[in-house]
Design a protein around this ligand. Structure first.
Ligand SMILES: [Fe+2]
Ligand SMILES: [Fe+2]
Length: 317
């Protein structure tokens, strides 16, 4: 078995073995210029939980298999910061940056309508990633924040987290292949090749991000949840009963409203369609949010897809 990294390994030596560690280092908030320092010393200086950092880099080093990792010494708090930072990087830097370069490298003249379609595909994809990451940031991470305070919120959101991962990776792979197979390239275009390489890098990085969420973050959250249950046996029973009742208790009318929300309809449109007043729709939406513990439209949309109330094609992303 390959030797894993340990706290007393020099951080610069570790990064030299695999360029992908640069992504990880920056998302843990570690600045360059760490000289001869060990992982342990850098983590102590930057106030980062060293075990969590090691768990992530060792997971990547050993091939990032899609199997749950041993998470007994993981800091969920550190991991949430790391994942939030990754979302920030994607939504505010990487995807807008690729789009800008894509726009300048493809021919968007009226004559080349296909180029527009490639751009539209990329925009739809970006919106999909945004919806997913915003759902994680607003719903999943706030669920985890409650767990970190010792509470026992409904587990619904973490269950939903992994559901969308395959789709996101699939779409990016599809875009790449569409370019390779169907982009009507007229001349040598170094800039376009460069953007394609960035899309390859983005796909690799996003795959790694999703695997870390599925195999380190989710098991660590489950562990934390279990520990909270053991600490509060009485309260669990209340929460479990409450949760069961709430999850299975959407009325037919509420399901109709969830479907409309997932299709991107505003309250006024829902009211008109279902012949209700806006106030009634608002009350239903409040009850749905309370029952599902999902407050954003993006979260409701994911709930609706997972529970087969709508198909992906019907969703207004
Ligand atoms: Fe994520
Ligand atoms: Fe995710």
């Amino acid at each position: 078995m390959e030797k894993l990294f340990r706290g007393n390994d020099k951080l610069s030596d570790v990064i030299a073995t695999d360029y992908r560690f640069l992504w990880i280092v920056s998302r843990f908030g570690i600045s360059l210029g760490f000289g001869e320092k060990s992982i342990y010393d850098v983590c102590a200086e930057e106030k980062i939980d060293c075990n969590t950092f090691l768990a992530v880099i060792n997971y990547v080093k050993s091939g990032a298999e899609n199997t749950p990792q041993n998470v007994h010494n993981i800091s969920v708090e550190t991991l949430v910061k790391f994942l939030r930072q990754t979302h920030e990087y994607y939504l505010n830097y990487l995807l807008p940056n690729i789009r800008r370069r894509l726009l300048s490298s493809i021919d968007c003249s009226v004559k080349n309508e296909v180029a527009f379609l490639f751009l539209k595909f990329f925009d739809d994809y970006t919106q999909e990633v945004r919806t997913h990451m915003e759902f994680e940031s607003s719903t999943v991470f706030s669920f985890v924040d409650q767990l970190l305070k010792g509470d026992l919120p409904s587990p619904e959101s973490v269950h939903l987290m992994s559901k969308h991962h395959d789709k996101m990776e699939e779409r990016l792979g599809e875009l790449k292949n569409l370019f390779l197979q169907y982009y009507p390239q007229k001349e040598n275009n170094n800039e376009l090749m460069d953007v394609l390489l960035s899309i390859y890098g983005c796909e690799e990085d996003l795959t790694m991000h999703c695997l870390i969420e599925d195999n380190i973050f989710v098991p660590a959250v489950r562990r934390l949840e279990h520990a909270n249950k053991l600490r509060k046996p009485k309260k669990i029973m209340e929460v479990v009963e409450e949760t069961n009742e709430q999850d299975s208790d959407l009325s037919q009318r509420e399901k109709e409203i969830v479907t409309c929300v997932a299709k991107g309809m505003a309250n006024k449109e829902i009211a008109d369609k279902l012949c209700l007043s806006i106030n009634t729709v608002t009350t239903h939406r409040r009850n749905i949010a309370r029952k599902l513990r999902i407050h954003s439209s993006a979260g409701i949309t994911i709930y609706a897809i997972v529970n087969k109330l709508v198909t992906l094609e019907e969703v207004n992303m």
